[in-house]
Design a binder for this molecule. Structure first.
Ligand SMILES: [Zn+2]
Length: 169
């Protein structure tokens, strides 16, 4: 290989590896409110410590282009306050659903049955809300099989209790 060809080849290699390093992705998704049971418009979506940002349209949709691959903190700021979410951009398109405001007890509508502290479910019991007047439930409560939790006052009340860690979640 003569010198010129060799140089061109090396430059080509450098450019290829630079391209590999500077891959970017698109982040899009929808912002949904539990409280209002609807998609939120005019909600600001920003990637912390960058200039990447967007505002949701009337369908709650947002999209941010050209984000270099990496881990970021997304800050969503709307009617119900601020929500912070960790994201990882490592592919061409990353789609996320943001349930807003964030509820750690009912995230994604699924009830978690593993305690987030001990990561076990053997001491996890359900919490019953509302008027409990059947004897069976009262017996269960006496035996410590369930917890009677009064009435639900917010959209985000814990559904489970871990007897080991004495933690509501
Ligand atoms: Zn636990």
């Amino acid at each position: 290989m003569d010198k010129t060809l060799k140089t061109i080849f090396i430059i080509f290699l450098i450019l290829t590896s630079l391209k590999g390093l500077s891959q970017t992705g698109i982040l899009n998704g929808k912002v949904y409110s539990w409280l209002m049971d609807e998609y939120l418009d005019s909600t600001s979506v920003k990637i912390q410590h960058t200039n990447f940002k967007s505002i949701t349209d009337k369908n709650g949709f947002f999209e941010i282009n050209g984000i270099p691959f990496g881990k970021y903190t997304l800050v969503i700021n709307g009617y119900d306050g601020i929500l912070v979410k960790e994201i990882n951009i490592n592919q061409e398109l990353t789609e996320i659903q943001i349930k807003y405001p964030y509820c750690e007890y009912t995230s994604d509508y699924k009830i978690k049955t593993n305690c987030p502290i001990c990561n076990k479910k053997d001491k996890v019991i359900p919490i019953y809300y509302g008027l409990i007047d059947d004897k069976e439930s009262l017996k269960k409560a006496k035996r410590g099989k369930i917890i009677l939790g009064g009435c639900i006052v917010s959209f985000c009340d814990p559904n489970w209790y871990c007897k080991r860690d004495k933690k509501y979640y």
